[in-house]
Design a protein around this ligand. Sequence first.
Ligand SMILES: NC(=O)c1ccc[n+]([C@@H]2O[C@H](COP(=O)([O-])OP(=O)(O)OC[C@H]3O[C@@H](n4cnc5c(N)ncnc54)[C@H](OP(=O)(O)O)[C@@H]3O)[C@@H](O)[C@H]2O)c1
Length: 252
Amino acid sequence: MHIDLSDQTVLVTGASRGIGAAIARRLGGAGARVAVHYGRGREAAEALAHSLGNGAQAFGADLADPETCAALWSEIEGRFGRIDALVNNAGIAVESALDKPMGEWLGDWETTMAVNLTATAILSRLAIAHFMTRDGGRIVNIASRAAFRGDQPDYLAYAASKAGVVALTRSIARGFGKAGVKAFILAPGFTRTEMAQAFIDQYGEDYAVSDLALSRLTEPDDIAPMAAFLLSGLADHATGSTIDLNAGSYVR
Ligand SMILES: NC(=O)c1ccc[n+]([C@@H]2O[C@H](COP(=O)([O-])OP(=O)(O)OC[C@H]3O[C@@H](n4cnc5c(N)ncnc54)[C@H](OP(=O)(O)O)[C@@H]3O)[C@@H](O)[C@H]2O)c1
């Protein structure tokens, strides 16, 4: 099966490192023109965009700020003219113990929701409006195993935000399918990135692997091919679906 994305311009958020960078590389390798979004990692994003070719460019925006999210979309639309697909990948996992003072715990909750859920919703909304002026488009939203299995007590906001991403994406798929919008959920399990590194440092890799059915940790490159497949058009009738990529650690 050959996946050719050479007629597509795709925004990948949080593409400066980790899973987002792997997705951007995979899409670029399939010929897509990638808008490589970053928050703080400008140098990495620019280097990646340069290495991808196909007219890829890096775009910075702090997704914790709703206005900046909207400005990001406008900037890319202004630069490229059209956007065919959106991968909402950027995310944060903020550790927040329940016994923190209420104000601090709520601050962590709101920051998590802003980046993981509100930014995903704003960019999806803008993408839908853009796609509806054309012949449709595709959205891949990165959720998490935590949306289904739950997470540790210090990560309640993270799990809740990802469950929100799941419901948002399913609703987009059901609500805008006739307008040509297809929306999919990728739900990674524990994946070797900076987000996961603190856990590996604290508990060791063997402990992380003991949770899996497979014998090695999931790498970002184990996630990325599925994003390319979903954007290819070969899986459009799976719109609304969630693809679990968790090495068999949580089989639903
Ligand atoms: N790793 C896992 O085990 C795992 C498991 C399940 C789901 N996921 C999900 O997969 C996605 C990618 O995670 P990852 O592991 O690759 O994480 P990561 O290595 O920590 O990378 C996070 C990315 O998100 C961007 N980002 C974070 N906060 C931002 C903000 N306020 N504004 C703009 N960009 C921001 C970062 O950009 P800069 O570095 O440029 O600031 C970075 O590119 C996330 O949605 C995460 O929840 C990860």
